[in-house]
Design a protein around this ligand. Structure first.
Ligand code: PRX
Length: 652
């Protein structure tokens, strides 16, 4: 059992890992963490070289790091094939017949791929790509549902040195075009469709629509996921090929050639402050080392674990913590195709019980949805196989943290709240589950080799509990190498604030113990009467109220205070909203944070506008409260009706 201690000064709960957990964990004590952290910061080259040596290299590097800000080269002169560490090595280390991926489709079918089978599939697909004329450094777009073939496609690209760019299956044809144009892809790998909430997402059809605008695609390889009238597919002769037909024509043997450590591995698009997505470029050796080491230490992956990361491969979390990191560790993982609430909110817990998941990694937004759905879902399943929980993507509000800890983790599982970004490639700030005391809401301490700090506008480190910009002062192996095709934007976005220092774009504060509290994107930080206030803080306060399931807070110009606070609130099912309740919530926020944080306006809404990946689209809410309407690109919005309903409410 992890036990909690009341911290008398702050009233916050501190959770310490249970002795039984620590005993078997890789990092067992804070003293061990501190010693290793110190060494990793003083001699990063030595620390990271030790980690990298655990991977498969065909030629050893001559220098661990070459740094000429803002450009890093890791493991200079080294040569490797990323696929060998993720797949081939397991054929000779006793894991050949171990399950690599246990997949469940949304309708309920299940499939297991051992490392040996995964190897055969990856080699076969690598040969298919080669037969299509794909060469090293060519860009290949992947637009697939959550099936093992998505992972196979990524690994096969890596194997032949092609650069994959995965697009989340929830993105529209328009978004595909933008990305295709930016990276000038030569081929697309897709599926006839995928299941999501009982419906078929017509992926190939979206690709066809995109290809009416982008003409440089030479081949489209289509995996048959659905194979029925539910997903009718038109194949264009000479351009479109069925995966299974091609597989029948090529060999399942492929020898992995080595590429330079700095060979491009993938481009992943992420949103920036402008409308144009940024193509974040990661390279082979450093990225693999970072994802491998973080899985090993933060998820404490052991040979008998069953690990499940609920992210989609279309996001960085799916890249780092489904495909590369876990496979390089030789773990068994669960992969699930569909929605958490199909057929109901018990689905995730059914999967945990069925496959005896021991490490579970998900997003706070999902946790809040589960809270709203009701405790009976997890309570009616056996979740005793779980030993470690993780969260990622946004600050987790203490209420959600506590619910996760008690209802899912049975108060026995440590929770790792992992802070990182598409750009950082791997987790940067997180508890280590066997040693770090955690308090709900903080991602705690930097990972090995991560020189994180919080700076003020002048570049000085701020004092305890003062807010500032979160930065990383030293290069790390899995850092982005550039924004594809836009070096200027790379410099402007990340390196211009302080010379030689990476600016993450997040606001944060550090408490007296050194724990990092991420307050959210700096563009979401409000300044109310001269006080800095994270929208995340106000949201967390609102969500701490018993009627609130979820909330989003944005700023609005205010004559006197500079910025006023507008809160959008979703209440738990079955609860009636009223003006009195709005008043009560204002008081409640005032009570938790201080009068300064009381929202000026509260709007109740049955749902918040979200991207299909579950991120709240605050940009839309800001625009809505500022102008009463939404003009920008809303192609990534999950449910368009949410916006029109809110617009109506604001008009009234
Ligand atoms: O604001 C931080 C937030 O998500 C941003 C990165 O988003 P993305 O590149 O899409 O990657 C998400 C998955 C790594 C960060 O700048 N963020 C991510 N994790 C956390 C977080 N904020 C607070 N706590 C976290 N654990």
């Amino acid at each position: 059992m992890s036990h909690s201690l009341k911290n008398p000064s702050s009233g916050e709960n501190i959770f310490k890992p249970a002795k039984e957990f620590s005993k078997n964990a890789r990092i067992k004590s804070m003293a061990q963490y501190q010693r290793m952290y110190q060494e990793s910061i003083e001699k990063p080259g030595i620390f990271w070289a030790k980690e990298a040596r655990e991977l498969t290299w065909q030629k050893k590097w001559t220098k661990a790091l070459k740094w000429k800000a803002p450009y890093a080269k890791w493991f200079v002169g080294g040569k490797l094939n990323v696929c060998e560490s993720c797949v081939d090595q397991h054929l000779s280390n006793g894991r050949a017949n171990k399950a690599a991926i246990i997949w469940e489709g949304e309708p309920g079918e299940s499939r297991t791929l051992t490392y040996r089978q995964l190897h055969r599939e990856v080699c076969t697909f690598a040969n298919i790509l080669l037969a299509q004329g794909i060469q090293a450094k060519d860009r290949v777009m992947i637009y697939m549902p959550m099936t093992p073939e998505a992972v196979i496609a990524m690994l096969a690209c890596a194997r032949i040195g092609a650069v994959h760019s995965v697009i989340f299956g929830g993105f529209s044809a328009e978004s595909i075009v933008d990305r295709l144009e930016d990276c000038e892809a030569k081929a697309i790998i897709t599926s006839d469709g995928g299941y999501r909430r009982g419906k078929v997402v017509p992926l190939k059809k979206n690709v066809d629509d995109a290809l009416k605008k982008y003409k440089k695609i030479e081949s489209v390889i289509v995996h048959q996921r659905i194979g029925s009238e539910e997903a009718p597919v038109k194949m264009k002769r000479g351009r479109d090929f069925w995966w299974h037909e091609q597989a029948a024509q090529v060999s399942s043997k492929h020898e992995a050639k080595a590429f330079d450590s700095e060979h491009p591995l993938f481009i992943l698009y992420t949103s920036g402050s402008t409308g144009k997505p940024k193509g974040i470029l990661h390279t082979a050796g450093g990225y693999l080392t970072g994802t491998y080491a973080t899985c090993k230490y933060i998820f404490d992956m052991q040979d008998d674990d069953v690990y499940w990361c609920t992210a989609d491969v279309g996001w960085i979390t799916g890249h780092s913590y489904i495909t590369y990191g876990p496979l390089a560790n030789g773990v068994t993982q669960v992969m699930y195709e569909g929605a958490p609430n199909f057929p109901d909110f018990g689905r995730f817990w059914d999967l945990v019980e069925k496959y005896q998941v021991s490490i579970f990694y998900t997003a706070p937004t999902a946790i809040r949805a589960f809270i709203k759905a009701g405790d009976h879902f997890p309570e009616s399943r056996d979740l005793s196989s779980l030993r470690l929980l993780g969260t990622v993507g946004e600050p987790i509000n203490p209420e959600a943290w506590r619910w996760y800890h008690s209802k899912i983790g049975g108060e026995r599982c440590p929770i790792v709240d992992t802070w990182w970004q598409t750009e950082t490639g791997a987790i940067m700030i997180s508890p280590l589950p066997g040693c770090t005391p955690t308090t709900p809401g903080t991602a705690t301490l930097p990972f090995f080799g991560v020189d994180a700090a919080i700076l003020d506008e002048t570049g000085q480190e701020v004092g305890p509990n003062e807010g500032g910009k979160l930065v990383i002062r030293k290069p790390w192996p899995s850092m982005l190498r550039t924004i594809y095709g836009d070096k200027k934007r790379y410099r402007n976005t990340y390196w211009d604030d302080y010379p030689g220092i990476y600016t993450a774009g997040d606001g944060a504060r550090r408490d007296k113990k050194g724990n990092f509290w991420i307050t959210g994107r700096l563009d979401d930080v409000l300044n109310v009467s001269g006080h800095r206030l994270g929208t995340a803080e106000v949201e967390s306060a609102l969500v701490a109220h018993k009627v609130v399931a979820e909330s989003a807070v944005v700023g609005r110009p205010h004559e006197i205070k500079g910025q006023g606070i507008v809160a959008f609130v979703t209440v738990k099912s079955g609860i009636e909203t009223s003006d009195t309740m709005a008043k009560e919530l204002r008081e409640h926020v005032g009570h938790i944070i201080g009068a300064i944080a009381k929202p000026d306006e509260i709007y109740f809404t049955p749902a918040l506008p979200k991207t299909r990946s579950g991120k709240i689209m605050r940009r839309l809410l800001k625009e809505l409260v500022a102008s009463g309407t939404v003009s920008g690109n809303i192609t990534t919005l999950e449910d368009h009706k949410v916006i029109s309903d809110l617009q109506e409410q604001l008009r009234k």
